[in-house]
Design a protein around this ligand. Structure first.
Ligand code: KMT
Ligand code: NI
Length: 178
């Protein structure tokens, strides 16, 4: 997994949008935003002790798998658009890339976009209340496992969503660590 600060160009969202020169963000820096990640062997996700351990420890009881690609995902264009609209959730967003690739973008404490490049085998958790968005990259394909603690709620709250308790809690967390 690799992350970097984004440029401000309005060009295609599926392009990397690196600054020139590149300004990398380390996994440790991401952890300060409450973003945690793992590298797993996606070829054995159906019977992977490492995945089972993470799920057990963090109570990720619920999973499904979605393929984000034009011909198999219903309402593809609309979903691509809504994934890329800046939003929060009231719960953690936990995703594991089983095949293909894509970008999660998160805001840093100064409201700058950080782009997180997710490849096959990358698993990530974004904390409740963090402003973020998702896009496919130029490969136009991702097979993604979605995980959740209990019964899933996928509702996005588009920015501005500052009045939500989850958002206030997240801002409080950021102010304590940074
Ligand atoms: C979200 O809420 O940002 C998403 O679920 C999109 C990315 S993974 C399907
Ligand atoms: Ni989301």
């Amino acid at each position: 997994m690799e992350a970097w600060y984004m440029d401000e160009s309005a060009d295609d969202q599926r392009k990397p949008h690196r600054l020139q020169p590149n300004l990398p963000v380390t996994l440790k820096e991401l952890e300060q935003f409450g973003v945690f990640s793992w590298k797993l062997d996606a070829d054995k996700y159906e019977d992977d002790p490492e995945l089972q351990k993470i799920r057990k420890e963090r109570n990720y009881s619920w999973t499904d798998i979605i393929k984000i690609q034009k011909d198999t995902l219903p309402n593809y264009e609309e979903k691509i658009r809504s994934f890329f609209q800046e939003h929060i959730h009231l719960d953690d967003e936990i995703r594991y890339i089983l095949d293909g690739s894509g970008y999660f973008d998160i805001r840093d404490k100064d409201d700058k976009w950080i782009r997180i490049a997710m490849m096959k085998g990358d698993m990530i958790t974004l904390p409740a209340g963090i402003y973020h968005r998702f896009t496919l990259d130029e490969n136009n394909y991702a097979k993604v496992m979605r995980l959740f603690v209990g019964e899933p709620v996928w509702t996005p709250y588009y920015r501005p969503a500052d009045e939500f308790e989850a958002r206030k809690k997240y801002v409080h967390f950021l102010n304590q660590v940074l």
